[in-house]
Design a protein around this ligand. Structure first.
Ligand code: PMP
Ligand code: GLU
Length: 398
């Protein structure tokens, strides 16, 4: 057996990707699984974006690019922030990477050292804590629940920050809860951050997926004094249904961006050239399809929340953004299904896959022992079918 590096031992594989793969395998074996696992829009990438990639390929854009990304793309990203939030960044403040996940990885590697604390409000997206661990950091979780709509209380935040805090991660709208901070809440969070010398990583990947006319606020636009300590993470995966293209970016203080670019230059070099051309069209071109997709997500959210709340033992808040629901399944944890006691969200997810052929992600790796996650970036038909099956499977528990 090869002796593996210590750093591989403290982390887990991504549970979202693992369950999506498991559901995909069952489907390929002919089993009709309803898949609520990976957070991936079921829409196709809009045609004009695909056409831009084809055009780039035809023109021979098949070589290495600048490590940080092609200039027009970085320029388009800075213009987006100027247009939407009045923020002025330079091209050199942007690093384009292979997905927002890679952007986060590069930034964590650039700023977190052994023993540094990384404050993460929970429930949180599965990869933050493992990425912090990979960099030698210590995740410090702030737990939240339904009582506050899965938003942290200011007192909790104040207590979590210590002189050892190196990074604070904010993610609004949030994966997995869909929670989104209101303007005054974010202003109050910003005021607390003013007093602490740490880097803020604001993962804004779901900024456009927001419902009921609510608004997503940009931390730096709300409090410009945090600009030199805030890295914004964003990408094209969710807004433009481009998960497979793998383009994300970080935008922030030049010293942090340069350090992250140095890491990228020694690992992946540039993100794929033609995918960058597609991302340029996504960000600079027509935005017409975005609200159409968001309206569709909102319809699905309304249906899934309604159907899940009709199941005894499942309680589901209606989220304001992203495309996940994170229902509480605590009452099911004392029950038995197919002769097995359901002791954890993982057991419930296993039971639902086995009995109902429905794939969901258990809450443990999001930091919860009482919830399971559904992605509703899937058809209304599948939502109806999946919820009916869950209803029947839950009725069989005793
Ligand atoms: N942040 C959050 C909160 C996410 O849910 C995701 C989904 N994968 C990412 C970052 C990374 O997105 P991607 O790498 O596809 O750009
Ligand atoms: N972010 C998505 C999810 O949470 C995609 C999978 C992943 O990258 O974790 O399901």
């Amino acid at each position: 057996m090869t002796k593996l590096a210590e750093r591989t031992k403290g982390i887990k594989p991504s549970v979202t990707l693992a369950i999506a793969a498991k559901a995909g395998k069952l489907r390929s074996e002919g089993i009709d699984v309803v898949n609520f696992s990976a957070g991936e829009p079921d829409f196709d990438t809009p045609e004009h974006i695909k056409a831009a990639a084809v055009e780039a390929l035809r023109k021979g854009m098949t070589k290495y690019t600048d490590v940080k990304g092609i200039e027009p793309l970085r320029e388009a990203i800075t213009q987006k922030y100027q247009r939407e939030h009045g923020l002025v960044y330079r091209k050199d403040d942007v690093l384009v990477s292979c997905g927002a996940k890679h952007s986060l990885y590069n930034i964590f590697q650039a700023v977190i050292g052994p023993g540094d604390e990384v404050v993460i409000p929970a429930p949180y997206w599965v990869s933050y804590s493992d990425m912090a661990l990979l960099a030698g950091g210590v995740p410090k979780l702030i737990s939240t629940n339904e009582a506050t709509g899965f938003r942290m209380k200011l007192e909790q935040f104040e207590v979590a920050l210590t002189p050892r805090t190196r990074v604070v991660v904010l993610n609004s709208p949030c994966n997995p809860t869909g929670a989104s901070y209101h303007r005054d809440e974010l202003l109050a969070i910003a005021r607390v951050l003013e007093e602490h010398d740490c880097l803020i990583v604001s993962d804004d990947i779901y900024e456009k997926i927001i419902y009921d006319n609510s608004q997503v606020h940009n931390l730096v636009a709300l409090n410009p004094s945090l600009r030199e300590r805030t890295v914004i993470i964003n990408g094209v995966s969710k807004t433009y249904a481009m998960t497979g293209w793998r383009i994300g970016y970080a935008i922030g203080p030049a010293d942090v961006i340069s350090a992250a670019a140095k890491i990228q230059s020694q690992s992946t070099s540039n993100a794929t050239s033609i995918a960058q051309a597609a991302a340029l069209e996504a960000i600079r071109g027509s935005q017409d399809e975005v609200p159409i997709m968001v309206r569709e997500f909102q319809k699905r959210r309304d249906v899934i929340v309604d159907r899940l709340n009709a199941v005894e033992g499942i309680r589901c808040l209606k989220p304001q953004g992203a495309f996940y629901v994170f229902p509480n399944i605590a009452p099911l944890l004392s029950k038995t299904g197919n002769g097995k006691k359901l002791g954890s969200p993982c057991d419930v997810a296993d039971y639902l896959l086995e009995e109902a052929k429905v794939a969901v992600v258990p809450g443990e790796d999001f930091g919860s022992q009482q919830h399971i996650r559904f992605s509703y970036a899937t058809s209304l038909e599948d939502i109806e079918k999946g919820c009916k099956r869950i209803h029947a499977a839950v009725k069989k528990l005793n």
